[in-house]
Design a protein around this ligand. Structure first.
Ligand SMILES: Cc1cc2nc3c(=O)[nH]c(=O)nc-3n(C[C@H](O)[C@H](O)[C@H](O)COP(=O)(O)OP(=O)(O)OC[C@H]3O[C@@H](n4cnc5c(N)ncnc54)[C@H](O)[C@@H]3O)c2cc1C
Length: 438
């Protein structure tokens, strides 16, 4: 009888999971180990690009990675499906039935055996239970939501453009409310002005950024709390120069069709309302397989990134909750954390196969960079090289911001293809339209 292969299953092929699948596939191929990646999408789009996809300044079709071709290249298997449960007794993951667009079942509930399991399913936007948000605001959790936002944005731009053509004096605007003054909300607000400025070159002659009214609403005392105060102030000044109305210390208490309501009694109208005010684990993760989860539905892991109740199950990236000993805060939900965790989980899975001790995860905060589209980039870098924290702005910051995505390309494609894709990206920037208009 053929010997049973050790099966390592990774649920979630995002910033962390896809890199891990590549590394494990490259290490073990299809020999004594079977590496299986499960994702509910057929393609991977790096999540930090979603605000550009939403604004239309990035065509995700050009940057997405098809899991099936990627797995063929790197020696792992791909299963298209949604993780719905874990049976720890039989060591199986349970995938939800797959249905088509009309709700017809294509594939019934499915189980996949694992010897080792890695949960890397990311996070969802946290609406903090605010009434009406789920029904009336768009989240930026995945490609579909970013595409939906872009389509609606284009429709509203067209509406305003047509009205302006018929009546040049008309007082018409596209009003957008962005809730959440963290990196996502700030980056999206700036990106919208970049996109609006470009539309006039693509047939909406009477539309430009002056027809856009963006309000950025932040509950805390200032936007970009992760950055030092002077950098956040510089970003705020840049946003206001573009035309963004920045409201700090303003808590949203309700969203209704066409407006959000704030605790201080304001009603802020929005043709489009986007909610980007924090993340949490998806509901199905709550107590999944009897594992320990936080009230925010994140999986609690120990120093080796194994879940606290099952050493055969690792969790990493946004869906994991890890507070290093003595630290005030847990490791933040960031792409750089997912990347670093993928390195540790890879090392620990290999060590476990070879009977070596596992190593603890050490998070190295490399700093934060926030892109205000082509207008500016601000951030602070951390590390021994710069001797603590260093503020960066302008071209250097922009270059470093762009290099984050390039590093992701190298991590998931390897050097040769990664460098080729970076070169193709440069060519596309010249030969392709600057906006995605469909
Ligand atoms: C607009 C935006 C801008 C950002 N900018 C930055 C930035 O500049 N720098 C930074 O460090 N971080 C940034 N982030 C945060 C960063 O994107 C996340 O921290 C990072 O992607 C987390 O990686 P992950 O692997 O944990 O999850 P993800 O990258 O979110 O991947 C999760 C994967 O799991 C899959 N999945 C989810 N549920 C299931 C399921 N039930 N079954 C199967 N598959 C499932 C998803 O399809 C996805 O492929 C940004 C986020 C957003 C939204």
């Amino acid at each position: 009888m053929a010997e049973r292969k050790t099966q390592i299953v990774i649920a979630g092929g995002g910033a962390g999971g896809l890199e891990l699948a590549r590394r494990l596939g490259a290490r073990y191929g299809r020999r004594a180990h079977d590496i299986i990646l499960i994702d509910r999408s057929r393609t991977h789009v790096w999540k930090p690009l979603l605000h550009e996809v939403a604004a239309g300044s990035l065509d995700a079709n050009l940057d997405e990675v098809g899991y099936r071709s990627h797995c063929h290249r790197w020696g792992y298997r791909f299963f298209h499906g949604s993780l719905a449960g874990i049976d720890r007794e039989t060591r199986e993951v349970v995938l939800a039935p797959m249905v088509d667009e009309d709700g017809r079942e294509l594939v019934g509930e499915h189980r996949i055996r694992y010897d080792w399991l890695v949960l890397a399913v990311g996070s969802v936007t946290n609406d903090f239970g605010t009434p009406g948000v789920r029904e009336n605001c768009i989240f930026l959790d995945n490609r579909e939501q970013a595409d939906r936002f872009r389509n609606r944005l284009l429709n509203h731009c067209l509406r305003v453009s047509r009205k302006m053509s018929a009546d040049p004096g008309a007082d018409e605007y596209v009003e957008i409310v962005v809730v959440g003054g963290g990196a996502t909300g700030v980056e999206l607000s700036a990106e919208l002005y970049n996109a609006a400025a470009g539309l006039r070159h693509y047939g909406l002659e009477v539309f430009d950024e002056s027809r856009l009214k963006v309000t950025l609403v932040e509950a805390g005392p200032r936007i970009l709390p992760a950055l030092p105060e002077p950098l956040a102030a510089a970003a705020r000044a840049e946003l206001e120069a573009l035309g963004v109305r920045v409201l700090e210390r303003t808590r949203v208490v309700k969203a209704e069709p066409g407006a959000i309501l704030t605790a201080d009694g304001q009603r802020i109208p929005g043709d489009l309302m986007i909610w980007a005010a924090g993340v949490r684990g998806a509901d199905y993760l709550r107590d999944i397989g009897g594992l320990e989860t936080t009230p925010n539905a994140q999986l609690v892991v120990g120093p080796t990134l194994q879940t606290t109740r099952d050493a055969r199950i690792f969790a990493m990236g946004d869906c994991a909750f890890f507070r290093p000993e003595g630290a005030e805060r847990p490791v933040p939900p960031r792409a750089q954390a997912a990347h670093q965790m993928a390195e540790t989980v890879f090392h620990n899975l290999v060590a476990a196969q070879e009977g070596r001790p596992l190593r603890p995860f050490v998070y190295r905060d490399k700093g934060s960079l926030v892109s205000l589209s082509r207008f500016s980039t601000v951030g602070s870098l951390m590390g021994n090289l710069v001797g603590g924290r260093m503020a960066v702005e302008g071209r250097l910051a922009r270059l470093m911001y762009l290099s984050l995505y390039r590093m992701h390309l190298l991590a998931i494609h390897g050097w040769l293809k990664g460098l080729a894709l970076i070169a193709v990206g440069h060519v596309n920037a010249v030969v392709r339209p600057k906006l995605k208009l469909h």
